[in-house]
Design a protein around this ligand. Structure first.
Ligand code: THU
Length: 162
């Protein structure tokens, strides 16, 4: 039997088309890129997230001279989230980046790497709530996804270990 999988997402021309709450979060993600530690890639990633209770948390990529030791902005954010608001669901996370490499652009949305998708899915499962994602660079198009897990179909999770 043939099966198919798909998911819907929204795409906007720029930040001005977002509602007030999403605009504020994306603006903070863009600003937070300034706090990235990315001297090796010059690819500064910033993430900002809004908890259900109105609190916010931030993350940036943290690189290392031993390259594999580096951590993505999303997982830095989730680790902080878990510490400061334990088990509180995250309603929305905005992810932005500033590509400072010589020929780089920062106007096309990026989406989380595979390892971060796994972490995002775990956080959703643990807090039993979908996490919206807002993806955009420093300017230009914005993609909104209703649940981070949609980026990881056929995922391995706690259910798989029962
Ligand atoms: N990076 C993130 O922080 N998040 C992403 O979604 C993609 C990639 C970081 C990892 C590394 O420090 C740099 O961006 C280039 O890959």
């Amino acid at each position: 039997m043939q099966q198919q999988h798909s998911f819907g997402f929204q795409i906007f021309d720029d930040i001005s088309e977002l509602n007030k709450e999403d605009t504020a979060l994306l603006e903070e993600a863009r600003k937070t890129t300034q706090k990235a530690y990315a001297p090796y890639s010059n690819f500064l990633v910033g993430a900002a997230a809004l908890f259900n209770n109105g609190e916010k948390v931030y993350g940036t990529n943290q690189e290392n001279a031993s390259y594999p030791v580096g951590i993505c902005a999303e997982r830095v954010l989730l680790a902080s989230a878990s510490m400061i608001q334990t088990d509180v669901p995250i309603k929305t996370m905005a992810i932005s980046y500033n590509n400072l490499s010589r020929t780089g652009n920062s106007n096309i949305p990026i989406s989380p790497c595979g390892m971060c998708r796994q972490s995002l899915a775990e956080y959703e499962g643990r807090t039993k709530q979908p996490m919206r994602l807002i993806l955009s660079g420093m300017e230009g198009k914005v993609i909104v996804i209703e649940s981070a897990s949609q980026l990881l179909p056929f995922s391995f999770g706690s259910e798989s270990m029962k």
